[in-house]
Ligand binder design. Structure first.
Ligand code: SF4
Length: 441
């Protein structure tokens, strides 16, 4: 059984409220941290090996150490709660059921980074959650854990919740900062990076909800103890939101030593494939990461079991591996059509492109059109090669990672499931009434 650090109290009735959270030891880590120096906290975070839980997996301690500290210029912590990646809903769970865990993590992080005004930027579709967060902020303030002179330390900290307008691109950190400043959420060219010029051109750290919540157990048990959980550079625990054709969709906390097979088939997690079907493929890290067929998902090319961690999922690179990403684990059974699945994602990325760069603006639209054509049985064999060509021209040629995120699913689908694309071309009539999965199994 995986160790629980973040969700250990999630089942306790009333844990959403300060009184219950405090009775379970809540804000104990904050009290401990406020007696430490900011540099000591930073060393604990570095020692923990925590990697950003938003998708990129960049070491959090290193990111914090890049924060510029010019004299007299305010600094900010911004929590990225714009969780819009299809298949990813673990931050929603944390904010909805454990809002004080996030607030406590923000207090510790703000103190470490020297942020007196910190923000939570939350996607507009999570319309009921800002009220939960604002209530938790008020409770923490009433108890002296936010506001002026927190716990007599002389440190002041206010936290504000800002609702987004429902654009996926605002999950990209610089687009988020633009939106937070009240402008259209267009990604910025980097450098300068937010650590130097972020919110209102001030040094800013942008971190995912889960990353900031993880700061609480790191301070609680120490960074060194946190680093002992997990394996290699995949330290600590990770939240996975599992969905698709499984018996038990939901949010699970894993310690990154379990195999993918165990995660899918064990009753502790997904409980197997729904309706007794066979596993066909999986997108293990949110819609942007490459899809992997069942044989490569359960084992690496060397025949080793594939584990639920950053290194093992990526084993073999994009040719045979995938990525941990945001932990949005989407399972597809044998009845699913990969062309239809890929087309749905292409439509999403086309819709969400901000339009600033040509390869992304035009390429996502073309990919969607061609996929739609193939899926309807109106495609030609050359269309498959054209699709491959377009995704290659997008990847690495755009301002922000949305371009890559749109290209990778298409590349992986063609690489691993070219026969399905060809089936649609060769069977125009069948593909109008059937999908590949149902027609072939
Ligand atoms: Fe906008 Fe797409 Fe360019 Fe990102 S890659 S800046 S979303 S056009």
């Amino acid at each position: 059984m995986s160790k629980k650090l973040l969700l250990k109290d999630a089942h306790i009735e009333g844990i959403r409220y300060f009184e219950t959270y405090r009775k379970q030891g809540g804000y104990g880590a904050a009290e401990k941290a406020l007696k430490m120096t900011p540099d000591e906290i930073l060393e604990e975070v570095k020692a923990s090996g925590l990697r950003g839980r938003g998708g990129a997996g960049f070491p959090t301690g290193m990111k914090w150490s890049f924060l510029a500290k010019p004299e007299g210029v305010p600094r900010h912590l911004v929590v990225n709660a714009d969780e819009s990646e299809p298949g990813t809903f673990k931050d929603r769970y944390l904010m909805e059921f454990l809002p004080h865990l996030l607030i406590e993590g923000m207090l510790i992080s703000s103190y470490c980074l020297g942020s007196n005004v910190s923000y939570i930027y939350i996607r507009g579709e999570y319309s009921w959650i800002p009220d939960i967060l604002e209530e938790a902020i008020e409770e923490a303030k009433a108890a002296g854990f936010l506001g002026k002179n927190i716990m007599g330390t002389g440190f002041d900290c206010e936290i504000y919740v800002q609702r987004g307008g429902g654009a996926y691109i605002c999950g990209e950190e610089t687009a988020l900062l633009e939106s937070l400043e009240g402008k259209r959420g267009n990604p910025r060219l980097k450098p300068p990076f937010p650590a130097v010029k972020g919110l209102w051109e001030r040094p800013t750290v942008v971190n995912n909800v889960e990353s900031i919540a993880a700061i609480v157990p790191i301070i609680d048990i120490t960074g060194a103890e946190y680093a002992k959980i997990g394996v290699g550079r995949s330290t600590g625990t990770k939240l996975i939101s599992a969905c698709g054709n499984i018996n038990k969709p939901g949010v699970y906390e894993i310690d990154m030593t379990i195999t993918v097979e165990e995660f899918i088939y064990s009753d502790e997690y997904c409980g197997g494939i729904a309706n007794g079907k066979k596993l066909k493929a999986c997108v293990p890290g949110g819609s942007s990461v490459p899809i992997v067929p069942a044989n490569l998902l359960l084992k690496t090319v060397n025949g080793e079991p594939r584990y639920m961690n950053y290194e093992s999922l990526a084993d073999g690179g994009f040719a045979t591996g995938t990525m941990m990403g945001s932990g949005g684990f989407i399972v597809l059974d044998e009845d699913q059509c990969i062309v239809e699945h890929t087309m749905t994602l292409a439509r999403f990325y086309h819709h969400e492109s901000c339009g600033q760069c040509t390869p992304c603006r035009e390429g996502t639209g073309w990919m969607h059109k061609i996929l739609k054509k193939i899926e309807k049985g109106e495609g030609k064999m050359e269309d498959i090669d054209l699709l491959w060509d377009i995704q290659r021209k997008i990847e690495g040629n755009t301002i922000c990672p949305l371009g890559d995120a749109a290209a990778w699913p298409v590349a992986a689908a063609i690489r691993h499931f070219r026969d399905e694309f060809e089936w649609h071309v060769k069977n125009p009539e069948l593909s109008q009434t059937q999908n590949y999965g149902l027609a072939n199994y």
